[in-house]
Design a protein around this ligand. Structure first.
Ligand code: FAD
Ligand code: NAI
Length: 476
């Protein structure tokens, strides 16, 4: 029977990165994954993120932005294009090519780093002395391997909505939403979270009428509300997304005519029939098929595998990382936990600061933040100061034709240490990295204000916002 120092179950951004790092550190490593490609005829590494999440969604966002720009933005640059046409199937084909390239890239990385890649469902079978026995079930063909350490990285799956089944024909989860080959005339979305906004934006830009129904009365409750309010205004008033807040769903009927949703909003009973309905109401941890109960693996009340701050489960030498454990369901959080666990197994003492994990929503304008929101600071009774600056007068943003949005820097009123950086604007997914570095190095807003920022760049808006904390903005 093959024996390994580390067996990783799941090859998403948590698992595949953990496996590579463990192998780099000289540990004999195997990674088991059950993922298959879109056609269902071959294994596909990379998990949710590469196959039906981060990467494909960003590909579609880019295609739809180009189409929108050709129709609405080119003219002001003096560019006249003829009758601009959109081919949804071609957009999906491009996305699939990117996915195939990246999932194949992991196969190559496994080979290069000598990670043994095993296809099938992995489960904890029991102990043989200090070793864990792990079963690999490849479509009924079962084999056992042994490991000193097991890292569980089995990710998450869409939260089901009890009112309706996902058929991925009319009622879609993320997988279906990323594979529509025709533009729905009317698209409904349940949940105005990250997937709802990103997917809603894609299909709106290419011609769908999009209505998003959100249960919460507050838009993007986790984001800084000054940024969220700006986003709501742009998405609804300027871009034409219909976003209903405080919605109570009553009934959903999926028929040949379409999907009819009966709901209440603002004290009124309403009904809408959509050609397609995306359900994006969050994700739940995936522990199916792990044999967790029999193995005695503890979970919390919401089904997440219980771990300590260093990703140790209650079982000896069994670790868990990524979406299947507490914390934000983000690819970079999963990967960084994977690196840290591999290093801990190798005897190192890595540290992961959960307060400096960046969040990004890839709408246009993008939304990004790191650290505390102003609402959190108020609730904590913190003594803070703030500086804001807009993209409206930023030369680079004007040149790009994307001069909307703002940056806000929150800092401790006494020490000036940066507590949070919040952004809405062009490419803020990239800009937020400077805020992350600042928080990680415990920078003050003055540090950012004194750093030379290239001109003309979008980063000058963060520079100005940092100057504004000390009321000395130069362009404000
Ligand atoms: P996963 O990526 O879910 O991978 C788990 C893997 O384990 C899968 O391959 C699965 O097949 C395998 N598996 C499960 N059980 C078993 C088993 N018993 N045996 C063997 N294999 C098993 N995050 C971002 O940071 N940025 C984004 O832009 C972003 N966009 C997203 C867009 C969408 C539409 C969605 C749905 C998610 C997005 N996310 C994004 C979230 C991101 O995809 C997840 O946080 C990330 O994939 C979690 O990584 P993971 O390794 O924990 O799990
Ligand atoms: P989400 O948690 O971001 O949003 C779900 C939304 O649905 C919430 O606003 C919630 O209030 C609402 N909701 C819940 N039940 C509802 C109901 N019955 N009726 C109406 N609304 C309801 O989850 P989402 O968008 O499904 O995404 C899942 C996860 O994937 C995210 O938490 C995020 O971690 C990850 N993701 C990250 C991305 C990024 O980093 N850019 C992009 C897409 C997904």
């Amino acid at each position: 029977m093959s024996q390994f120092d580390v067996v990783v179950i799941g090859a998403g951004p948590g698992g595949y990165i953990a496996a590579i790092r463990a192998a780099q550190l000289g540990l004999k490593t195997a990674c088991i994954d059950a993922g298959v490609n879109k056609a269902g005829d071959a294994p596909a590494l990379g998990g949710t993120c590469l196959n039906v999440g981060c990467i494909p969604s960003k590909a579609l966002l880019q295609s739809s932005e180009h189409f929108h720009a050709a129709q609405h933005d080119f003219a002001e640059h003096g560019i006249t294009v003829g009758n601009v046409k959109f081919n949804a199937a071609k957009m999906i084909e491009r996305k699939d090519t990117i996915v195939t390239k990246l999932t194949g890239g992991i196969k190559f990385l496994f080979h290069k780093n000598k990670v043994e890649s095993l296809f099938g469902k992995g489960s904890l079978k029991g102990r043989n002395g200090d070793l864990w026995q792990v079963e690999v079930d490849n479509k009924g063909e079962k084999s056992l391997i042994e490991a000193k350490n097991v890292i569980i990285a089995t990710g998450s799956v869409p939260r089901p909505l009890p009112l309706v089944d996902i058929d991925n024909v009319n009622v879609l989860d993320n997988e279906g939403a990323l594979n529509l080959t025709a533009v729905p005339k009317k698209l409904g979305v349940i949940g105005s979270g990250v997937i709802g906004l990103e997917m809603g934006s894609v299909w709106k830009r290419v011609g769908s009428e999009v209505t998003i129904l959100e249960a919460m009365p507050t838009f993007l409750a986790a984001a800084d509300q000054q940024i969220a309010k700006e986003a709501f205004k742009i998405f609804t008033k300027e871009q034409g997304l219909v976003i209903e807040l405080g919605v109570k769903l009553n009934e959903i009927k999926n028929s040949k005519k379409g999907v009819t949703v009966a709901y209440e909003a603002g004290g009124q009973a309403k009904e809408e029939t959509f050609d397609k309905l995306i359900v994006s109401i969050g994700r739940i941890p995936n522990t199916e098929g792990l044999n967790a109960e029999a193995a005695g693996l503890e979970k919390d009340g919401r089904g997440f595998i219980k771990v300590d701050d260093e990703c140790r489960t209650n079982l000896p030498n069994v670790w868990a990382i990524g979406d299947v454990v507490r914390g934000p369901m983000l690819a970079h959080k999963a990967s960084d936990e994977g690196v840290a666990v591999a290093e801990r197994i190798a005897g190192q003492k890595p540290h992961l600061d959960f307060n400096t994990i960046p969040f990004v929503i890839y709408t246009d304008p993008e939304i990004a933040w790191v650290g505390k929101t102003e609402e959190q600071l108020k609730a904590e009774g913190a003594n803070y100061k703030k500086g804001t600056s807009g993209f409206a007068a930023n030369g680079r943003a004007l040149g790009l034709g994307k001069a909307k949005g703002m940056v806000k820097v929150l800092a401790d009123a006494e020490t000036d240490r940066i507590l949070g950086v919040h952004m809405i604007g062009p490419m803020v997914s990239e800009l937020v990295a400077e805020g992350v570095t600042g928080l990680e190095f415990k920078a003050s807003s003055e540090d950012i204000a004194r750093i030379v920022h290239a001109h003309p760049t979008l980063s000058e808006v963060l520079h100005e916002a940092s100057l504004a904390v000390d009321k000395r903005a130069l362009h404000g």
